[in-house]
Design a protein around this ligand. Structure first.
Ligand SMILES: *Cc1c(COP(=O)(O)O)cnc(C)c1O
Length: 381
């Protein structure tokens, strides 16, 4: 086959006129940091998830940090999480002084195996952080019943899950806590950014203080007409607020969520049709319960060839790729600190060396998918 001239990236944000107009109008408005647009963006997340509170933050990672602090997670505590997740979650747990306790995944979907959670619970366990991996919702019914039985927090890592539904409920819609990410790779973007959704008034007051220096009122309430510029600080806080420029981008993106995700889904279906039966790779599995997949990523497992060589070949064909993720328990500091035994996370390790994410983004063309599939056939034969 003929090799294309231009590079096909793993992902690229879909930025249209609506996004550009939104941002320009914010820039012209005279208020560009946290203000009315962040508030409107937060309200949209309450509508989408049914949560009573949504808090915009500077990244998904910042959201996780605030939550662990807001929930008083501290040294000696344990948080249950898959090892197959982004390192940011593990970093936040480690930095809080708590210990990440890893649960194995289902090899096919890469989602946490909820049947193995109960076996990892101790008297130190404070919560469970499941990840809706690649956009496939985890088995929430099972996770919620365990959390209820042992009185644990559930923090859904919904960084991949915007637009994903489990049995008709949008992720983040169970009265629990969820975080979303708007990194440019995710289903919608604000450049960088994130959102926390939850239903707890007390937690909300803590999170709001921790998000912005520990100051009670928002800047736009202090500097607006008739505002009071005085403040006191009762607890020190961070600087994790989102800006209105970012929220303008996010509002425009969110209004296109269905369009963007539908296109992702069509491309994922096409990948599946074109790669069906190709030897030397495995297609992503999907959950067997009713769900809507958000297709954040399309991840194959390369079984007949060394992954490094496979990725090298993709590069030669001008195709971008990713690894989501290197298993967390194999990262140097996690290995040294928490000493996870080899073989303890069998399915995670079985998947770990084979995962490759293929290009998938809303503005990708069907011809691009065909090109990638043809290249993969050539590479593997
Ligand atoms: C992207 C991501 C995050 C963190 O989001 P940021 O906004 O980049 O901080 C957390 N968890 C998972 C699974 C992610 O993919």
């Amino acid at each position: 086959m003929e090799i294309r001239k231009d590079f096909l990236p793993l992902s690229r944000p879909s930025i249209g006129e609506k996004e550009i107009e939104g941002v320009v109008s914010c820039l012209k408005s005279g208020w560009i940091t946290t203000g009315p647009l962040c508030k409107a963006f937060e309200e949209k997340f309450c509508e989408l998830t049914g949560a009573s509170h949504a808090l915009s933050v500077s990244s998904g990672t910042a959201g996780m940090h605030l939550l662990l602090l807001g929930l008083d997670i501290k040294p000696g505590d344990e948080m249950i999480t898959p090892s197959m997740t982004f390192a940011s979650t593990l970093n936040m747990i480690a930095l809080s002084g708590a210990r990440p306790v890893f649960v194995d995944i289902h090899y096919d979907t890469l989602n946490i195996n909820a049947d193995l959670i109960e076996g990892k619970i101790t008297e130190r366990t404070k919560g469970i952080i499941p990840v809706h991996f690649a956009g496939a919702p985890v088995d929430m019914d099972k996770i919620l019943s365990i959390a209820k039985k042992y009185d644990l927090f559930v923090i859904e890592d919904a960084a991949h899950g915007l637009g994903a539904y489990y049995k008709g409920v949008h992720v983040g819609g169970w009265g629990q806590i969820a975080i979303f990410s708007f990194h440019p790779l995710k289903n919608i973007t604000t450049g960088e950014g994130g959102m926390i959704t939850h239903n707890d008034d007390y937690l909300e007051s803590r999170l709001r203080l921790l998000r912005f220096h520990g100051i009670e009122r928002d800047a736009w309430k202090r500097y607006g007409k008739g505002g009071n510029p005085k403040y006191d600080i009762k607890t020190p806080g961070y600087k994790y607020n989102l800006t209105d420029i970012q929220a303008a981008l996010g509002l425009a993106q969110l209004s296109r969520l269905e369009e963007l995700n539908n296109h992702r889904r069509e491309l994922a279906d096409l990948y599946r049709r074109k790669l069906e039966g190709v030897e030397g790779l495995e297609l992503p599995g999907v959950p067997d319960y009713p769900h809507t997949h958000a297709w954040h990523l399309f991840i194959i497992k390369v079984t007949s060839m060394d992954r490094e060589r496979f990725m090298q070949k993709l590069s030669e064909y001008q195709i971008g790729y990713g690894i989501h993720f290197p298993a967390g328990h194999r990262l140097s500091y996690i290995q040294e600190r928490y000493k996870i035994k080899k073989g303890e996370l069998k399915e995670t390790e079985r998947a770990d060396s084979k995962l490759v994410s293929l290009p998938l983004f809303p503005d990708m063309k069907e011809e691009d998918v065909s090109y990638v599939c043809e290249a993969i056939r050539e590479i593997l034969t």
